[in-house]
Design a protein around this ligand. Structure first.
Ligand code: A3D
Length: 310
């Protein structure tokens, strides 16, 4: 039997997720949106079925607004919610998206209680916390997508700056999904060469700042809405690691219970994603300045989470 992937939210990111999941033949796909947008979701699903002959994939893809259709899903990816517009912070979305996540959590809890759930909705670290609290799912089953994207941006900017293949840039970004996130230049390498041996401090500082502000840079360029191609690929990479037990180690917003000194918050940390979901969190020995930066981002996340009152 094919695996089943439920995509909650069929907007910009949801539709790219559906296309990628189909192209990768990850399984059958359900694209769920609000009743008012059920027909566009059905239309997008049908369009993707009609893409299959040239896309060269077999998958059953349906659009719906009924949670019954996600029954038995192996993976749920949640993008339901408002995106930022120019001039907004992610935290400005808290009230409206908390309401949406509350509905989504109820639907997923009812219909797909065994699914590995990847949350993408912003403000990310608070929304994944809310989803976890509202569903009561085990902690290994709920994760936020942010670090995978933040790290992809960090790697992309380094490759662009140095004129090298992005495949050879390895590194990680820790912390919350906001301007206080913590890129780690000390642990970043390019083809095995430490970044700080081939880039100047000025370059590294500039690239780190660009990474922290990368979402806002896209929002400004778009004028309306936020990034969608790169967030979709990041979430699909996480879903694939779970479905295929690839055991990728990716920075994800995972529930920390003592790791990095964090208790009871979802924070971006390196995680192993395998067949059991979040199987392990890796603790990196941080330098003092890195620890201080991490403490700052944890404080910001704690404050936003507090506002959820959950
Ligand atoms: P958009 O294109 O507006 O799609 C969101 C979809 O969610 C729309 O089709 C809505 O109709 C749908 N929706 C709203 N309420 C519900 C509901 N109750 N049930 C089901 N569906 C609903 O936005 P988008 O796809 O560009 O972005 C989606 C979310 O991802 C936003 O909150 C963004 O801020 C967030 N986002 C996060 C990242 C991260 O890296 C964490 C990156 C980019 C965007």
């Amino acid at each position: 039997m094919r695996k089943k992937i439920a995509l909650i939210g069929g907007g910009q990111i949801g539709q790219i997720l559906a296309m990628l999941a189909a192209q990768k033949e990850m399984g059958d796909i359900v694209l769920l949106d609000i009743p008012e947008l059920e027909n566009p979701a059905k239309g997008k699903a049908l369009d993707l079925m009609e893409m299959a002959p040239h896309g060269n994939y077999d998958a059953n893809i349906v659009g719906t607004s009924d949670y019954k259709d996600i029954e038995g899903a192996d993976v749920v990816i949640v993008t339901a919610g408002k995106p930022r517009q120019a001039g907004m912070t992610r935290e400005d979305l808290l009230a409206v998206n908390l309401q949406i996540i509350t509905q989504v959590a109820a639907g997923v809890k009812q219909s797909a209680p065994k699914a590995f759930c990847i949350i993408v909705t912003n403000p990310l670290d608070a929304m994944v916390y809310a989803f976890y609290k509202l569903t009561g799912f085990p902690k290994n089953q709920v994760v936020g997508m942010a670090g995978a994207l933040d790290t992809a941006r960090w790697r992309a900017f380094i490759a662009m700056e140095l004129g090298v293949s992005v495949a050879d840039v390895a590194g990680t970004v820790l912390g919350g999904h906001g301007p206080d996130m913590v890129p780690l230049p000390r642990l970043t390498t390019v083809g095995g060469v430490p970044l700080n041996e081939i880039a100047t401090k000025e370059q590294i500082d500039r690239l780190a700042t660009r990474t922290r502000e990368a979402g806002t840079e896209i929002v400004k360029l778009f004028g309306k809405g936020s990034a969608f191609f790169s967030p979709a690929w990041s979430a699909i990479t996480m879903a694939e690691s779970y479905l295929k037990n690839k055991r990728r180690i990716l920075p994800c917003a995972a529930l920390c219970e003592g790791e990095y000194g964090v208790k009871g918050l979802f924070i971006g940390v390196p995680c192993l994603i395998g067949a059991k979901g979040i199987e392990k969190i890796f603790e990196i020995k941080l330098a003092d300045d890195e620890k201080a930066m991490l403490q700052k981002t944890i404080g910001v996340v704690a404050k936003t989470v507090e506002e959820t009152k959950l």
